[in-house]
Design a protein around this ligand. Sequence first.
Ligand SMILES: [Fe+2]
Length: 293
Amino acid sequence: MTARPSIQAFFDDATGTVSYVIADPASRCAAVVDPVLDFDLKSGRTGTVQAQRLLEHLREQDLTVQWILETHAHADHLSAAHWLQQQVGGRIAIGEHIREVQATFRKLYNLERGFLPDGSQFDHLFQDGEAFHIGELKAQALLVPGHTPADMAYVVGDAVFVGDTLFMPDVGTARADFPGGDARTLYASVQRILAMPPQTRVFVCHDYPPTQRAPAWESTVADQRAGNIHVRHGISEQAFIAMRQTRDATLDVPTLILPSIQVNIRAGRLPAPEDNGVAYLRIPLNALLATHR
Ligand SMILES: [Fe+2]
């Protein structure tokens, strides 16, 4: 029988992000998925209120963190991976194609020479299909590009953490218009997830709930196949691509894209303080859209 990990979700109201703690009940080993660092753009202040919730849970449950897993370089929130690692240890991991994302954004931000687009900022880079363990739980990393070129999904026992591919069935799928994103590629990645056993539990990275319901993050492959408004059974690749491209053309740039990505391609490390003791983020002027195709 497929193992059933214990899963605790933490929803961040400010960004609509869901972080997870995945635990192996037998060994009390755990992985954290997509932890959020609070960031107030208006004041430039970072905070750890959201990450502290994860930390308290890890401590209460007496869990040993083996992995801090990023599904991709997020454009909507800063990652708390580095902060969390300082508190509880664990290896920070992401997909190996993060190197492409780092190369694109190193250029955009004109980052310091010391910043190498080689993934060395992370403790581990997953290849497509790579197996790993959380305690005794079997896990696998899957490359699911399209939203970005580096997106990963993590299969753990009977659950899959899909990052920004699928959202809840009534919300659909992630946008595919970021640098290196592609609607056709996203469709293929989604099909890979939909081909999993129907009872597989699907955990999303974001929820943007319609007004009539509360935030939610768990569905099944069967729910997604039957009811996802963008990719349910019967919707063709061509129809999906047309829908995605039309819709993406109407979406605004995410509020935190410029602050987020420069931190997230550093595995959640903030830039080093300058000679006055203050650290700065960079805002390229009139350059982000030029990186779009
Ligand atoms: Fe994303």
